[in-house]
Write a protein that binds this ligand. Structure first.
Ligand SMILES: [Zn+2]
Length: 88
């Protein structure tokens, strides 16, 4: 995995300040993704749960959990490209 993959939310691809699953991708930090609202370690525990959570998020409009953190030039399609390959 490259660094970006370690830093990206498995559900929505938002790059986080800290690796959601630690440097080795095994120990979640239980932070909340500002974009999709996923709690790392719960909804993103398996590929199956990631896909379910992503569908829920997209079906709800693909919005931001923390609206104040949403960049003005936010592009959902660009962000989705960051999703780690194992969770696409
Ligand atoms: Zn997310």
């Amino acid at each position: 995995m490259n660094n970006n993959e370690n830093l990206a939310c498995r559900v929505c691809g938002l790059i986080q300040c800290e690796e959601p699953w630690g440097e080795d991708g095994k120990i979640p930090n239980y932070a909340i993704c500002a974009c999709c609202g996923t709690e790392f370690g719960y909804e993103d525990y398996t590929k199956e749960s990631v896909l379910i959570q992503r569908k829920k998020w997209l079906d709800a409009g693909g919005g931001w959990w923390e609206l104040k953190d949403k960049p003005n030039n936010w592009n959902i399609n660009e962000q989705l490209k960051n999703i780690p390959i194992d969770y696409k």
